[in-house]
Design a protein around this ligand. Structure first.
Ligand code: SAM
Length: 271
């Protein structure tokens, strides 16, 4: 196959100035894009849901791995470049012009799709929280997502670290979450102010007898005052201190010392 047109040229030919308001920081390096597209493993013949294809660099890398791509982009200026890409991979790319926060991803992509996206930073966490708290098992088979480095570190954090908190518990209590790649600022055009990282999340079976709303209530209270002892931070959750004692967790401990499994046990005990 002949080499694809450099993305820089695609952007120049279509006059695609990056919009800061829409979180547009593009990756132009095809090798790097191929590495990101490889994170979810073998995707040949599988459906990929991509938020924010922009000029289509990651989209092409996914198509080249044999995937069927449903790409949701809010900025209509990218439509002509994406239409050209669609012509190169007939029947493989579906472009949806929409705000990803306002669409039903499961309906667009179907159950079992994988999500791969260099997310706009301003909507990344909102989308992740939605996907993590949707019904279980989730509609998606995996999430491979770019975040600001600090957010990625919070998602995969272990206890006893500053990054460990509510997002870590929500991401890890019924999923395996791993940091797959780190990217410096210079990987993007224009370069953002922050460093980035790709996280890979694979769902697991949910622990029995634990409601996600209860778990969210506990983690919100516990990490809302993370420097305080649990006997103080969990006072707002009726019965939580007694439940801690019943399951053998010292209420004098602080939230960040509890393992994800401890929060799960507490949520189960509270019912
Ligand atoms: N995928 C391209 C890449 O890797 O170079 C572009 C990534 S850029 C960080 C984020 C993209 O998300 C932009 O194309 C932007 O227009 C798009 N975007 C921003 N907010 C969006 C939203 N709410 N829904 C859909 N797309 C959005």
């Amino acid at each position: 196959m002949s080499q694809p047109e450099p993305l820089r040229d695609v952007i120049a030919r279509h006059g695609l100035q990056a919009s800061k308001a829409l979180g547009q920081n593009f990756i132009l390096d095809r090798q790097l894009l191929a590495k990101i597209a490889a994170v979810p493993g073998d995707i040949d013949g599988q459906t990929i849901y991509e938020v924010g294809p922009g000029p289509g660099g990651l989209t092409r890398a996914l198509l080249e791995r044999g995937a069927q791509v449903v790409a949701v982009e809010r900025d209509r200026r990218f439509a002509p470049a994406l239409a050209e890409l669609g012509d190169e991979f007939p029947g493989k790319l579906e472009f949806v012009e929409a705000d990803a926060l306002k669409v039903e991803a499961s309906e667009l992509a179907g159950r079992g799709a994988r999500v791969v996206s260099n997310l706009p930073y301003n909507v990344g966490t909102a989308l992740l929280l939605r996907w993590l708290t949707d019904g279980w098992p989730p509609w998606w088979a995996s999430l491979t997502l770019m975040f600001q480095k600090e957010v990625a570190e919070r998602i995969v954090a272990s206890p006893e670290s500053d990054a460990y908190g509510r997002l870590s518990i929500l991401a890890q209590w019924r999923c395996e979450a791993k940091l797959a790649m780190r990217l410096g600022r210079s990987a993007f055009v224009p370069a953002p102010k922050v460093e980035s990282a790709v996280v890979n999340i694979i769902p697991a079976s949910a622990p029995d007898g634990v409601g996600s709303e209860r778990l969210e209530q506990i983690t919100q209270a516990a990490f809302g005052q993370r420097r305080k002892m649990l006997r103080s931070s969990l006072r707002s959750v009726p019965g939580a201190i007694e439940a801690l004692e019943r399951i053998g967790i010292d209420p004098k401990r602080r939230a960040e010392t509890l393992a994800v499994a401890d929060f799960v046990s507490l949520a189960r005990e509270l019912g």
